[in-house]
Design a protein around this ligand. Sequence first.
Ligand SMILES: [Zn+2]
Length: 154
Amino acid sequence: MRLAVRGIPTPDADQLRRGGPDANGQAALRRRAEGQGNPCRHCLDLIAEGDDKLVLSYRPFAGPQPYAETGPVFLHAAGCERYDADALPAWFGFMAQALVRGYDAHDWIVYETGRVVAGRELEAACRSILENEAVAYVHIRSKFNCFQCRVERG
Ligand SMILES: [Zn+2]
């Protein structure tokens, strides 16, 4: 099975960079990236220490509904290129723990798919969950429950 891994849509990132409202209706905060743990959800790369990042609330679903979790994410404050590939970013393999779960075509969690795995096991977990025909797509989240990216069948 081929995977399709993408960052958040470019129009979402663009409107947030222009000061548009985040999922809580507020403009993103601008902060300097410190340390190595600042993933951008558009390019799915790590924001270099010292570069500016946006901190905002993001809801990775088309609209509000009971399963539409909302949480904090970072974006490069400056423009970047959307991640669009058939594999996870290599650095995901270094995550100590990640949450992964499948959603159905109505954006509800498919409960039996929820797992906590080591980063190096993420891709296999995504493939395994996507074998379930009830699953439309998978979300990967950090151990802090911050949305990382969406994975679909390629
Ligand atoms: Zn970026």
